[in-house]
Design a binder for this molecule. Sequence first.
Ligand code: ADP
Length: 528
Amino acid sequence: MAISVLSVASEAYPLVKTGGLGDVVGALPAALAPYGVEVTTFLPGYPRVLAALEADAAHGKRARTRAWANAGAQGHKGDERGPGLLRAREHDGSGEVSHGLGAPLHRWPDLLGAPAQLLEGEIAGHRLLVLDAPGYFAREGGPYGDPAGRDWDDNWRRFAAFARAAADVAGGAVGGERYDVLHAHDWQSGLAPAYLRFAPPAPEAPRTVMTIHNIAFQGRYDASIFASLALPALAFAVDGVEYYGGVGYLKAGLESADAITTVSPTYAREILSPDFGMGLEGLIRTRQRRVSGIVNGIDTAVWSPSADPSLPARYDAATLDRRAANKRAVEKAFALDVGDGPIFCVVSRLTWQKGMDVLADAIPALVERGARLALLGSGDAWLEQAFRDAAERFPGQVGVRLGYDEALSHLLQAGSDAILIPSRFEPCGLTQLYGLAYGCVPVVARTGGLADTVIHANAAALAAGVATGIQFDTVTYESLVGAIALATDLFADAERWEQIQRAGMAADFSWATSGRRYASLYRELLAA
Ligand code: ADP
């Protein structure tokens, strides 16, 4: 019999995405279906998500693929930016739920302080449940903050309500539904396993999995909110939701879940140490036997150079020469001089985690080697300014687009020669996987998922024809410039460069292997 999983997350591509979390949650249903796992995705009812449901209902179908793709600074990650991308649904301010859809599956008259109801739809052909709660989610801005990028003051309540509702749905309190497994992603869903443990809606609670997509975002709040969470007093404990005297949402999930996963084996090891665990390393060490690292896959329906609708020229490993047309398009889009030298690209949040400060320092050295840079990103204001300055200082050699642009991110992978990813830590990282699939050679820091997915072009790997990219050890100016130098040297030998590109394109980062691993984890939990 199929295993039923409620996948609980604050983002899912194509409806809402600020980073890799959205990509992964969006890909899971299709990734797990071949292994007898039926995934239902549970999302907050942001205006764009409700609009998609309404449009589907109006069209007499539920599947919908319009993207609400946008990024921002931090938040999960970020607060969604870009005026006009998201408009709050009109509602009368009474807090009453209202929508243009059929009858809801369930109503909560008072879900931690506001009314809410459960709606049903589809996402990419799989079941979607949406928590429609205008008091929490009918707002202009991003998933986590206002249009100016400030986190909402009541994020603690918004995502507590979301987690409470998810626990009710998975635990059997809603319309006779019950799920075998509740799979929570990141801090926004972290309280869901805690609700099932401390306040289950029915005696037999589902098994729970907590996945860490990025341990830097923890959902940490003052102890005073505890009284409003509707948890029993005993939950405020060291082995409960209490975290350094306050309340920790991710911590609560890690403490309560039956299994913990993170998104690469190396990151699973790294977070055992204080340098990477960010305060949670002790807890993770005590629960180490329940921790596993399962590397993310890529959604090949969205990321395949031979079928990508956003490219001027589609290609595969046998027709790499067609990339030239995409390279010309990158030059045009980023106002770069036309040339034969390598183009390095960046598609990233502009933050310290991503090593963007070190990259900004390395730009003169990159340009000096005859290379060009095309950067697409948004994030910290001072980094945005540093890249603006670099574009001004090196016209024709450095092109910068500040903002979020899904189509342009595809073009960069398809037309640049290499992608720079100097992350100080990187739980999995998806842009290097897209780079591999697109023949855009990843130049990466040796950490987390970057260490696990790129084969460094040392002499032995080159001789064996297995090298897929370049790795460097510490995120310093010297090591990054060294890696850029190695890449430009390798690029000068066209045959060798193509060998690296083809080896990357031949690597399998589809969801096949990882989908199977999640499925067997669920099976083990259910058998236990
Ligand atoms: P993280 O989730 O830490 O930001 P990942 O590499 O896991 O990093 O995922 C980032 C995702 O967001 C990728 O799909 C990447 O292409 C996309 N992305 C990041 N910044 C931008 C941008 N400015 N425009 C378009 N896509 C972006």
